[in-house]
Design a protein around this ligand. Structure first.
Ligand code: UFG
Length: 341
């Protein structure tokens, strides 16, 4: 049985990936500092898969603790590194916190891998590295643009750190650039757990529908898009999770074309904020209270993925449509409300 370390494995994308790894017969060890997730995610993973993943609470930004962790666990076949902060606004308010957490943890993980001859890394990157691309759909060869936030900058810097590191030792890596992951597992047992007021669209939609928030502000109605609202490539979190398993398999099977490969993870379809709202209203049967307000600073107008490279090279394709995404997000919100009762 191949053993995979999943850092940030109790988080949103991490937890879904753990389930998909287990489904494919991998043994999973999770490391998470629980700064933005909860321990009971382990119970829910176990309910879904029938297997409780091994877990260690650890701050990977701590070099000494991370080195000790890798010494205790030298026989890992690969690492999927999700553990990072991801709130754009918070990163603008406290850049050093983002650089410290997101970069130290990556450096410490790479060091642990190098020192213990663990060769395969899958890294969580983001379409934010493209900024507002000149050509759409955007492919992996598009130029990296100056970051609009420290969060985005940590993703760019992380890719560069990995690129130079793989040239210097036996570590190989795949970076996956996520577009906009939304939705939840069909069981409604795991999903996104935003702390405080959500920044992202989907949790704000579902929280508004259930009455936690009064009204959704749609940021900008005057963009150069078909209905005036901004366009993104929304992708089901389970499709994203499955791509990680495919990436791990590619590395373990030594099928990579180079020691550092980068793939877009999107559906290839650009959807507007109003299209997401319409889908949500249809699948949930809820009327959503929303109003169109000014643009949010730092937002790009439109971005969606060219998925050709991922489809052809990884042999992976996003399969779930928008209605499945919005319905699963709603079922997850309903379950959270049920637990709170
Ligand atoms: N939006 C609203 N109202 C809200 C929240 C979002 O109208 O309350 C809109 C945004 O303006 C945007 C779209 O919904 O047009 C999606 O917004 P999200 O915040 O969900 O996602 P972003 O595309 O802004 O953010 C994503 C990732 C970040 C990444 C960023 C880079 O979540 O990690 O892309 O562009 F940094």
């Amino acid at each position: 049985m191949k053993k995979i370390l999943v850092t940030g494995g109790t988080g949103y994308i991490g937890s879904h990936t753990v389930v998909e790894l287990q489904r494919k017969g991998y043994e999973v060890l999770i490391v998470d500092n629980l700064s933005n997730s909860r321990l009971d995610v382990l119970d829910n993973i176990e309910t879904i898969s029938g297997i409780r993943p091994a877990f260690e609470q650890l701050d990977l930004a701590d070099g000494k603790l991370t080195a000790e962790f890798f010494q205790r666990n030298p026989s890992l076949d690969g690492v999927i590194h999700f553990a990072a902060f991801k709130a754009v606004g918070q990163s603008v308010a406290d850049p050093l916190m983002y650089y410290r957490n997101n970069l130290y943890s990556l450096v410490n993980v790479l060091q642990g891998m190098k020192d213990n001859n663990i060769q395969n890394l899958v890294f969580s990157s983001s379409c934010t590295v493209y900024g507002q691309p000149e050509q759409l759909p955007v492919n992996e060869k598009a130029p990296i643009q100056k970051a609009w936030s420290p969060y985005g900058n940590t993703k760019q810097m992380s890719e560069e750190i990995i690129e130079f590191t793989v040239k210097s030792c036996d570590v190989k890596a795949i970076a996956l650039r996520y577009f906009n992951p939304i939705g939840a597992h069909e069981s409604a047992l795991i999903g996104e757990l935003p702390l405080g007021t959500p920044n992202n669209l989907m949790p704000f939609v579902t929280q508004t529908a259930i009455g936690i928030r009064e009204c959704l502000s749609v940021f900008g109605g005057d963009y150069d898009t078909p209905d005036g609202t901004a366009v993104r490539d929304y992708i089901h979190v389970v499709d994203i999770a499955q791509a990680h398993v495919v990436a791990v398999e590619r590395m373990l099977g030594d099928k990579g074309k180079s020691n550092f490969e980068i793939f877009n993870l999107g559906t290839g379809n650009g959807l507007s904020v109003l299209e997401v709202i319409n889908s949500f209203e249809k699948t949930s049967g809820q009327k959503l209270n929303y109003k169109i307000v000014d643009r949010r600073s730092g937002d790009v107008e439109k971005v969606w993925a060219d998925t050709t490279f991922a489809n052809q090279e990884l042999g992976w394709k996003a399969l779930k449509g928008l209605d499945e995404m919005t319905l699963s997000a709603w079922k997850w919100e309903l379950r959270l409300a049920e637990i709170k009762k």
